[in-house]
Design a protein around this ligand. Structure first.
Ligand SMILES: [Zn+2]
Length: 218
């Protein structure tokens, strides 16, 4: 009887996990936005290119999307940092935790750490950053506004919810226009030329693309 009950519980858990991985990227914490993409920090750090969410000290912070924790440790200022890898070259990075949560494979919303003010911080907040192929990506958030944990980030990130690494599963495509180059298309979509070529094995010579050709955006 116990075995049967456990099996039912496991099915519920799996269903919740797969629903999470299919959803959009969401905010990892509820709180007031104190710095955004455009904030100029100082001459050392330059522009912020991330979103700071000032939530409640010690409260759980969830993964913005299902993925794999690929790194957690301290930065040079002593901040506890977690990095989670997702599909299509995306990573999310979270900093200033007071302590760590789950590691390994994490579902969307699963606790990866607890809010704190470790490292270069004036108060408890989550420094939340989205990267693709190592380059920081824009996230829309107004300083002084409030974001809510679990709410979708209202922005289109091509390929971010792709659950398979197969190029054929990509849902985003681009139709080549006159004057386009493959490197130009890569740059305008925020992907590397290497990734674009890998997603389009039909292109044998990257210098030869033609108007009307449909290219997959990874
Ligand atoms: Zn920050």
């Amino acid at each position: 009887m116990n075995v049967r009950l456990n099996a039912v519980a496991l099915c519920v858990l799996l269903a919740a996990t797969s629903a999470g991985s299919a959803a959009e990227i969401v905010w990892p914490q509820t709180g007031r936005v104190t710095q955004n993409w455009y904030t100029y920090v100082n001459s050392t750090f330059g522009y912020h290119h991330a979103v700071d969410i000032a939530g409640i000290d010690g409260s759980p912070v969830g993964a913005a999307l299902g993925g794999t924790v690929t790194w957690r440790g301290k930065d040079i200022y002593g901040a506890l940092v977690v990095k989670v890898a997702h599909a299509s070259g995306y990573d999310t990075v979270y900093a200033h935790f007071s302590s760590f949560g789950h590691s390994g494979t994490v579902a969307q919303g699963e606790t990866i750490g607890y809010e704190g003010a470790t490292g270069f911080a004036t108060g408890p907040h989550v420094h939340f950053c989205l990267e693709r192929w190592g380059a920081k990506k824009y996230m829309p958030a107004s300083v002084g506004g409030t974001v809510h944990k679990g709410s979708a980030i209202p922005y289109n990130y091509p390929g971010i919810t792709t659950t398979s690494s197969s190029p054929a599963s990509s849902t985003s495509t681009y139709t080549v226009k006159s004057g386009d180059t493959l490197s130009g298309i890569a740059a305008s979509h925020g992907v590397s030329l290497t990734a674009l070529e890998a997603a389009n094995p039909q292109i044998t010579n990257p210098n030869v693309i033609f108007t009307g050709q449909v290219i997959r955006i990874p």
